[in-house]
Design a protein around this ligand. Structure first.
Ligand code: SRM
Ligand code: SF4
Length: 515
């Protein structure tokens, strides 16, 4: 069972403050916080508990908060996008938004005094920010083209929503799952190309058919567990040796999160993710506990899963399974959006599509349901000059975490530097294929450098007696059918020396040519 205040001696400081007062408790205090201002708040409420509501104090920009919502499967509508735009618009130059590596969005520049209003606004358009940070289950990812892709095995949208509803009490907040030992990531993929990086989640569901050649195959999922990136350790998820029907996915998720809640390690925060519990227990004991709580015997995993495609990035115009309709994948450089950009995207989705918008884990946008007859007009929209459907082969795959502009863990500035470097490299080189370059500002790996062709992880470097911003270079990350984590191949490159090194790597390893 969850360790309580009486056993807090062996607990880390986060466990102690959680035992004193649950993170979700601040839900009832938000009006009061808005009145007293952040300077008057208790430190743990300000720095930590607010994150249970998706509100993040930013020590880098004190008084200008970040808000992280939840967008199950990365899907939203134009009203929700406009609500985001209206929120950041009121902060002028300070307001902006970032699409995240979990198909989600974060808004910036927010004043504490405005948060009750913003919550009301979000409530009206069906948005929640609840349990999106700290020791909670994060935004649940699913196929970005679920329900549009003619080749998918399963439309993940409903299951992802059901898991979120179960874990968050329909977005109102669920104390049953608000005190996990650490964060927990869940992903479901129903397509052929593992579009959500299933292997880097604590729990993921991968399409697989049950039955031998003589039987009618039954659709379900193989289950993998324990994937994580952290400063201490990075691991791909391992098989739980369980296969479930879609109808069993929500209960299995509940049971696994409960086991993590009740038995996950809480003494050392660096070792509190699920994989550390799997190490301690072994996968057999963990599986037995899952089966016990599930209440019926679980089938073993199927040998061959259905991930047999290279990963698609969805940038461009693609036919949907609905005849006569297309989805447009827009490249959003490093995921950054202004208020005007968001109004524009909302408008595009209404004028040309069905008002629906989707995010990808590559921090890009998909606008579905564009009829063939509207494509010519769609191409004339000037916003496509900024958010191209046919960007350069480096820009289209560029991913970057937040970095030093807003994140106090950052060792380097990421987004602006990443953009400038890609622009210069594209002006020097001709490429024949996309190369996936991921930037991350520190070893926490939010920008997932280990899944990239070239991953760049921020570090500090000494050069000529000076401390400079630098990177460690990761390579060998593969995605899609043979997903495999990349490893560090070169350490401590000052950022000021990086561009020629990247140019050489692109020429010698990825077939780029000098212009
Ligand atoms: Fe992350 C902490 C941003 C995806 C691993 N991450 C943070 C914080 C909250 C730290 C903080 O309070 O400043 C960052 C907020 C900075 C800001 O102002 O934006 C932050 N993480 C992000 C985002 C926004 C990066 C992005 O630009 O896209 C992503 C938000 C996802 C979301 O919508 O919920 C984000 N973070 C990830 C991922 C990638 C993923 O989930 O696929 C990882 C690695 C995968 C994993 O978790 O196993 C990741 N973030 C971390 C860690 C290391 C976790 C650990 O076990 O040690 C931290 C540090 C921590 O939790 O103590 C962290
Ligand atoms: Fe911040 Fe580090 Fe995550 Fe980048 S990787 S957002 S710098 S915690």
């Amino acid at each position: 069972m969850i360790e309580t205040a009486t056993t807090t001696d062996k607990l880390n400081k986060f466990e102690k403050f959680k035992a004193e007062k649950d993170g979700l408790a601040v839900k009832n205090e938000i009006e009061n916080f808005a009145q007293i201002g952040w300077e008057g708040m208790d430190e743990n409420d300000l720095n930590h508990r607010l994150k249970w509501l998706g509100v993040f104090f930013r020590p880098v920009t004190p008084g200008k908060f970040m808000m992280r919502v939840r967008l199950p499967n990365g899907i939203l509508n134009s009203n929700q996008m406009s609500a985001f735009a209206e929120v950041v618009q009121r902060y002028g130059e300070n307001g902006s938004a970032d699409i995240t590596t979990r198909q989600n969005i974060q808004l910036r520049g927010i004043n504490l005094a405005d948060i009750p209003d913003i919550f009301n606004k979000f409530h009206k358009v069906g948005l929640t920010t609840i349990q999106s940070g700290m020791d909670n289950v994060r935004n649940i990812t699913g196929d970005p083209v679920a329900g549009l892709d003619a080749d998918e095995f399963y439309d993940t949208r409903e299951l992802v929503q059901q898991i979120q509803d179960m874990l968050t009490n329909n977005g109102e907040g669920n104390p049953e799952f608000s005190n996990l030992p650490r964060k927990f990531n869940i992903a479901i993929t129903g397509g052929r190309d593992n579009s959500v990086h299933a292997e880097i989640n604590d729990l993921a569901f991968i399409p697989a058919f049950w039955g031998n050649e003589d039987q009618v195959p039954i659709f379900g999922f193989n289950v993998i567990v324990g994937g994580l990136f952290s400063a201490k350790r990075c691991e791909a998820a391992i098989p739980l040796n369980v296969w479930v029907l879609p109808a069993q996915v929500v209960l299995l998720s509940k049971v696994i999160v409960e086991i993590f809640r009740d038995h996950g390690l809480r003494a050392n925060r660096l070792k509190a993710r699920l994989m550390w519990l799997l190490d301690e227990w072994g996968i057999e004991k963990f599986r037995a506990e899952v089966e016990k709580r599930f209440g019926q015997s679980l089938l073993p995993a199927v040998d061959k899963d259905q991930i047999d495609w290279e990963k698609r990035d969805h940038v461009g115009i693609y036919k949907q399974k609905q005849s006569g309709f297309n989805y447009a994948g827009l490249n959003i450089p490093v995921g950054r959006l202004s208020a005007d950009d968001m109004f524009e995207i909302a408008r595009l989705s209404e004028v040309y599509g069905s008002g629906e918008i989707r995010f990808t884990v590559e921090q890009n946008i998909i606008i579905p349901n564009i009829p063939d007859s509207s494509l010519t007009a769609f191409f004339t929209e000037s916003v496509l000059e900024k958010f191209s459907v046919n960007p350069g082969l480096l820009m289209r795959s560029l991913v970057s975490c937040t970095g030093a502009q807003f994140c106090n863990f950052a060792l380097i500035e990421t987004k602006n530097r990443a953009l400038a470097m890609i622009k210069s490299l594209e002006s020097e080189l001709t490429l024949s294929r996309p190369v996936r370059i991921h930037w991350t500002g520190c070893p926490n790996s939010c920008g997932q450098p280990q899944v990239a062709d070239i991953g760049l992880m921020g570090t500090k470097v000494r050069k000529n007696g000076q401390m400079l911003e630098g990177v460690d270079i990761y390579m060998g990350g593969t995605v899609g059918k043979d997903a495999h984590l990349g490893t560090c191949v070169k350490k401590s490159i000052p950022c000021e020396d990086l561009q020629p090194i990247l140019r050489d790597l692109l020429i010698h390893k990825f077939g780029a040519k000098l212009k």
